[in-house]
Design a binder for this molecule. Sequence first.
Ligand code: GLP
Length: 261
Amino acid sequence: MEVIIRPTAAAAADLVATLIDRAVRQRPDLVLGLATGRTMEAVYALLAERHRTQGLDFSGCRTFNLDEYVGLPPGDPNAYRYYMERHLFGRINIDRRRTHLPDGMAADLDAACAAYEQAIADAGGIDFQLLGIGHDGHIGFNEPLSALRSRTRVKALTPQTVAANAPLFDPPTRMPRRAITMGVGTILDSRRCVLLATGASKADILARAVEGPITAMVSASALQLHPRCTIVVDEAAAAHLQGRDYYRFIFDNEPEWKAFH
Ligand code: GLP
């Protein structure tokens, strides 16, 4: 695990967009794991702009989103399919048949979860997984006590997650209480993962995930087991990290990061 601290949320999002940009240019048939949430909106805006002005080409990519609410049709303004269409897919050149989200409307949800795992395997696995973090430490919708080896399945959301996301629904009571999410094990199988966290409200949970013990109580702490995981944060989200000076030293001195200075 490596931690990169940028001065602002905008600079952190820019660095993540650049990592994705490079990965897509290096490998035009990249299998990209995607995340939703407010934090990612800045990243997707930058990718759309790079597509428009710098020829960033997504036509060969395949995408798999982390999660989707149970019971929301794709056209619902709160469905993650709708979010992706609005923030990314509708603004870049990607073939919709190559974009995948779990089917929260399936009559047989367990079968839909198994089919999602199979589709990821058929694509050859996820090359680059983008992640956010919830205030309860979730990645995707892997709420506390998600098994560290869990696969795609239906998960009941915590009251904390409902409180965080319900204001986005009209009325807030319309928010589903369950979602389909890739498992922690599914995420750990990705070849590279990048977690973006910004803002002071993420500082405490981020420190627990990065520097605390690996525990199913904080799903993001499982990323300590990932062979190639980069955590990108702004100063506000980095505030509770004990190792800040060391992380800055790495960013300032490692050749890999020179281009970002
Ligand atoms: C959401 C998503 C996560 C996301 C997290 C943080 O509910 N299921 O994938 O990373 O919660 O969201 P935000 O960026 O809005 O804080």
